[in-house]
Design a protein around this ligand. Structure first.
Ligand SMILES: [Fe+2]
Ligand SMILES: [Fe+2]
Length: 132
């Protein structure tokens, strides 16, 4: 998405969130440690579908503002899926009294929410109007 985006601010927002995502992985590994479980990678069909949708939008648009608006739409769907997932995991951790895990999951949840609101702000400031 980053290399297909045109607006500098959008490229920056995507690369910043990619760095944050590396921390998200570390936090998940910490959660597994806390629970004394071994993490195992598994393909997420829903996320694969959302990524595919993003790729499709990129293929169907020309480089520029319209594609940027489409990238934001696709990226926000991904963020919303992550927000739902981390929100649920944090709620489960609370019920199960996994206090250290709650903190870690909430930190990630707030970064996912921040990314989503940054993307909304980017779209609202001028990108969608230009794309129109
Ligand atoms: Fe994420
Ligand atoms: Fe995210």
């Amino acid at each position: 998405m980053e290399k297909n985006a045109t607006a500098e601010k959008l490229k920056k927002a995507i690369s910043k969130h990619l760095l944050e995502t590396e921390d998200h992985v570390k936090r998940l590994e910490q959660c597994f440690d806390i629970l004394e479980l071994k993490p195992k990678a598994e393909r997420c069909a829903a996320m694969a579908g959302l990524i595919e949708e993003g790729e499709h939008i990129i293929e169907e648009t020309e480089e520029g503002t319209v594609r940027d608006a489409g990238i934001i739409a696709a990226a926000q769907k991904i963020e919303h899926y992550e927000i739902a997932t981390y929100g649920t995991l944090a709620a489960f951790a609370k019920v199960l009294k996994y206090n250290e895990a709650i903190q870690l999951l909430r930190e990630t949840l707030s970064e996912e929410k921040k990314c989503d609101s940054d993307l909304t702000a980017l779209a609202d400031t001028n990108l969608n109007t230009k794309a129109k």
